[in-house]
Design a protein around this ligand. Structure first.
Ligand code: PMP
Length: 405
């Protein structure tokens, strides 16, 4: 069933405006998505009427925000089907969630000569924290490559995992290639060799229902701002069995049990990993975004986004000299490409003049650029509020710009 686009687009007031004199076409959803009115209203209500720091006082405001914050944790628990709310930790984003795991898991479990496996298609956020940790702990990174079609070479994974492999970190959906990785298969392969798995769900959580218990992943991370929620809020799901054994990441208020100058003891999870005042209004806004998604049929939104992808891929392939990077059979609404003879930055700037927002650059994925031997790419990425008409506008704009060069 096609979603009710008129109604949906009304929920996202930012979309209804002109940019550079043209109706906005927002195709940069993989970088950040827009927020529905419901999320904006909830954040406003808490800023206007009910602001009080959580967990710290007995007054009306503090009680209301604490309830809403813990309610948000329960909403996220249900969204992920986590076993218990304590396994849901609020962070500032997917990046911080991965840094938390790399740091704390590294402190607890990584020794010299141990190995961490990542893939060639990771966002920098799922490479650099592991590298930093490996440098600290004397461990090394191994990289699972992908083929030119953008599909991971899974047949190599079994042999890559050794008795020294301590964790595997892989993206659910590549932000540059759009590849949807077979994470259930990857997780079960790794688990057969007792290797825990972190899934970077930054690009997947906006599009799929996630079930961390069925997937059996050890960690799952995502950001609020890519899934119709606020910036500055993210989630780390972790199995209790790991989180209990991992030392805190940041020190400060809330993460402690008792502080003395001789010795400090730490709080239980999730608070052990939530030092300082969290972005509680962000967490409440994120829960509202999840409720918004839950009020729709997420699977049918995702099918519609896939139709947009197919339509855009079909159109773009008709443009001579246009190369699409990443053509995995299982692909999400992301198309990265270049047009021969046109610098991606020129293309991005000129598209902007026509009211079309796309991402240009290295897409925080230098190894993907190196794989294809390019400096930059242009990326269009879709959300369920985009339309077939917008894809037509985009296609016509590319034809027009190509003719100019
Ligand atoms: N992983 C992937 C796959 C991403 O696309 C992004 C954001 N571009 C991140 C991690 C980092 O997310 P954030 O910047 O919200 O921390």
């Amino acid at each position: 069933m096609t979603p009710d686009l008129i109604k949906i687009r009304k929920d996202f007031p930012i979309l209804d405006q002109n940019v550079n004199g043209k109706p906005l076409v927002y195709f940069d959803n993989a970088a950040t998505s827009q927020r529905p009115q419901q999320v904006i209203d909830r954040i406003n209500d808490f800023s206007l009427l009910i602001n009080g720091n959580i967990h710290r006082a007995t007054h009306f405001f503090a009680n209301r925000t604490t309830e809403a914050f813990e309610g948000a944790r329960e909403t996220i628990r249900r969204f992920l089907n986590a076993g218990e709310p304590s396994e849901v930790i609020f962070t500032h984003g997917a990046t911080e969630s991965i840094n938390l795991v790399a740091h704390s898991f590294g402190e607890a479990f990584i020794n010299p000569d141990d190995e961490v496996i990542v893939t060639e298609m990771e966002h920098h956020a799922n490479i650099v924290p592991w590298q930093m940790m490996c440098e600290r702990r004397g461990a090394k990174i191994k990289v699972l490559p992908f083929g030119d079609d953008g599909v991971l070479q899974l047949e190599l994974l079994d042999n890559m995992i050794t008795s020294r492999t301590k964790i595997l970190a892989v993206t659910h959906i590549s932000n540059s290639l759009g590849t949807v990785n077979p994470i259930a298969e990857i997780i079960s392969l790794a688990h057969r060799k007792n290797v825990p798995v972190l899934i970077d769900g930054a690009q997947a959580a906006p599009h799929f229902s996630i079930d961390v218990q069925t997937l059996d992943c050890d960690f799952y991370v995502f950001s609020g701002h890519k899934m119709y929620g606020p910036t500055g809020i993210g989630v780390l799901y972790g199995k209790r069995k790991w989180l209990d054994l991992m030392p805190p990441f940041l020190g400060g208020g809330e993460m402690i049990d008792r502080v003395t100058f001789v010795k400090t003891t730490y709080n239980e999870i999730p608070y052990k990993f939530e030092a300082g005042t969290p972005h509680y209004i962000g967490a409440i806004g994120l829960a509202t975004a999840v409720e918004y998604l839950n009020n729709h049929d997420i699977a049918s939104l995702n099918r519609y986004e896939h139709d947009l992808l197919e339509e855009a891929s079909f159109k773009l392939k008709q443009i001579e000299g246009l190369r699409i990077y990443g053509e995995a059979p299982d692909k999400a609404g992301v198309i990265s490409f270049n047009i021969e003879g046109i610098h991606p930055f020129d293309l991005g700037t000129l598209l902007d003049q026509l009211g079309i927002a796309v991402r240009t650059g290295r897409l925080c994925a230098d190894p993907v650029m190196d794989h294809f031997g390019v400096e930059n790419m242009v990326r269009a990425s879709f959300a369920f509020y985009n339309t077939v008409q917008e894809i037509e506008t985009f296609y016509m704009a590319l034809i027009r710009l190509k003719a100019m060069f």
